[in-house]
Design a protein around this ligand. Structure first.
Ligand SMILES: Nc1ncnc2c1ncn2[C@@H]1O[C@H](COP(=O)(O)OP(=O)(O)OP(=O)(O)O)[C@@H](O)[C@H]1O
Length: 228
């Protein structure tokens, strides 16, 4: 479970990106984070995987207070949280296979286990035939599938995605959404910031809307609710 209690985030330049966030996300949920540009969605996401720390308030990930986690323990916290970005963030000189394997090597998984598991997740995302390609040899949709494989390879409880379909055409976007649905069906909690109105209004899920750093709406099977 992810819990935030009266969480505020003030950046060093004085911008208050989040102003008193209270939220609970249970294991197995699928949640969209929506809101206008600059509302605080990415900041909300970054606090969850501890890319940023809250200025005040408490964030608990499966009961662990992320603010108290020492820097050297962050990799262990992140093992439980897969992250997917709009621009994929794959290592350009590594193949699809190596990009995914790297996430397991980072937590010192045994070699035999790495090979089996990497092949398994690449098959799940439909890339078993492309695993020796470099990112530059893959389409945007394929690169995003590699990044999803990397995010789930260590079996995290949570998959956090910041605009995962932001750079993709509608067909590839839907393929990514079906994949996220499949991962959610297997028990992983999904939290996804998005500007994609069609996806939110078609694949109905919990919708949390943030405006000017405040949660203004939290609905089950909610709507996108904005015009862009
Ligand atoms: N590192 C930073 N330093 C200073 N201000 C920041 C930083 N990151 C974000 N901000 C500011 O915090 C506010 C919230 O930004 P955030 O990126 O969380 O919004 P967002 O809802 O994700 O926007 P978008 O939909 O455009 O991605 C904005 O005013 C932004 O300019």
């Amino acid at each position: 479970m992810i819990e935030m209690h009266d969480v505020w985030k003030r950046y060093p330049n004085g911008v208050e990106a989040l102003r008193g966030i209270d939220v609970k996300i249970e294991q197995g949920e699928f949640v969209y984070i929506v809101g206008p540009s600059g509302a605080g969605k990415s900041t909300f996401i970054k606090l969850m995987y501890r890319e940023e720390k809250p200025s005040s308030g408490v964030i608990l990930i499966n009961g662990v207070n992320v603010k108290r986690v020492r820097d050297w323990k962050i990799p262990y916290l992140r093992r439980n949280i897969g992250v997917v970005f709009q621009d994929y963030k794959l290592l350009p000189n590594m193949t699809a296979y190596e990009n995914v394997a790297f996430a397991m090597e980072a937590i010192e998984a045994p070699r035999r286990q790495i090979r089996r598991r990497v092949e398994e997740v690449l098959e799940l995302v439909g890339l078993q035939d492309r695993m020796h390609a470099l990112p530059s040899q893959l389409s945007g949709g394929e690169q995003q599938r590699v990044s999803i494989a990397r995010a789930i390879v260590n079996n995290p409880s949570f998959l956090i995605a910041d605009e995962p379909t932001g750079n993709l055409d509608p067909e590839n976007s839907w393929d990514i959404m079906y994949l996220l649905q499949e991962i959610n069906n297997r028990g992983t909690t999904i939290v996804m910031a998005t500007h994609n109105k069609e996806i939110v209004n078609t694949m109905r899920k919990r919708v949390i809307a943030i405006e000017q750093g405040v949660i203004v709406r939290d609905e089950w099977q909610g709507e996108y609710g904005y015009e862009d």
